[in-house]
Write a protein that binds this ligand. Structure first.
Ligand SMILES: C[S@@+](CC[C@H](N)C(=O)[O-])C[C@H]1O[C@@H](n2cnc3c(N)ncnc32)[C@H](O)[C@@H]1O
Length: 286
């Protein structure tokens, strides 16, 4: 409603770089890292509103996106992008060995839910993710590029504790923000530094990792400013919010708390050091 269709960080050359330009640079960075050739099929797992797919078309690649969001599918289809409503765990075997490159740009943070982390299943889920991607990619040396928010350190939060929800913690504490994000709004559990490399063993080797945390800080503060402006000034947003509240009061309130009121989303990248790290990883298939 505030006009934002990018759901990951931009790549800023400097702090004053324009938002739109930083977003486009991030898409170009990911495509450069993939090293695909014109005519290669590219799979974008969690394609959102399709920025990477559109940039890939400009390079004469054949991009296919999957997402679990129907509105994103509809938006992408209107832009003539090739997108399916699909969970990556359900990718069919006829896509085996088809892709010259795979992207997961800000999606793998949603693959593990807090209940699964509490049950000790996160390694198993990431190992399966790498298995699926290795099966889809067309051969050794081909690349899988991920961007993902990580915990700053292993065991930073106890998933079983966080499952109790934000009301179990002091408002504004790290546990409160974490529980609001993981259980009430964005949904998902992050990997810790090094966890993905462990889970990729035998399938992909890590060839590059870049810390993009400051980029995510700049991006999420821009999102906050845009949302604040929209909420204060645009009647279209008042009516939109009203409709959302009528549809699902609790979800809408939780989303407003975690973005505009308690700003848990922005909290993740504030401070020195910030509580979370954003890693851009380039993986090469064995
Ligand atoms: C934070 S958004 C990132 C979107 C996009 N890559 C971008 O940069 O704007 C997360 C995306 O992952 C998708 N997603 C989450 N879980 C998924 C799953 N299990 N299978 C496929 N897509 C998934 C969501 O539908 C959404 O498109």
């Amino acid at each position: 409603m505030s006009g934002i269709t990018d759901l990951t960080e931009g790549k800023y050359g400097h702090d004053d770089m324009e938002y739109e330009w930083a977003q486009q640079r991030q898409a170009e960075y990911i495509l450069d890292e993939l090293r695909c050739d014109p005519g290669d099929w590219l799979l974008d797992i969690g394609c959102g509103y399709g920025r990477i797919l559109a940039a890939a078309l400009e390079r004469d690649l054949l991009p296919v996106g999957i997402t679990v969001s129907q509105p994103q599918v509809e938006h992408c289809k209107k832009c003539n992008l090739h997108v399916h409503l699909m969970n990556y765990v359900d990718i069919a075997s006829d896509w085996t060995n088809q892709f010259g490159g795979i992207v997961a740009n800000g999606s793998l943070e949603h693959f593990v839910q807090v209940e699964e982390a509490a049950a000790g299943k996160s390694d198993e889920i990431y190992r399966k993710m790498f298995d699926i991607c290795r099966t889809m990619i067309s051969g050794p040396g081909k690349r899988f590029v991920t961007t993902a928010i990580h915990w700053r350190k292993k065991n930073q939060f106890d998933a079983a504790e966080i499952m109790r929800g934000p009301q179990a913690f002091k408002r504004g504490s790290p546990e409160y923000h974490c529980a609001l994000l993981a259980t009430k709004s964005f949904g998902g559990w992050y990997p810790y530094p090094g966890q993905l490399s462990e889970c990729a063993k035998g399938k992909f080797r890590l060839v590059k990792d870049v810390d993009g945390t400051h980029d995510y800080h700049l991006t999420s503060e821009y999102w906050l400013r845009q949302m604040m402006k929209g909420v204060l000034l645009r009647p279209r947003i008042w009516f939109g919010l009203m409709a959302r509240l009528l549809h699902d009061v609790r979800a809408t309130k939780d989303m407003l708390r975690s973005t505009l009121i308690d700003q848990s989303w922005m909290w993740q990248f504030r401070g020195n050091p910030p509580p979370m790290i954003l890693y851009r990883h380039t993986w090469e298939a064995y």
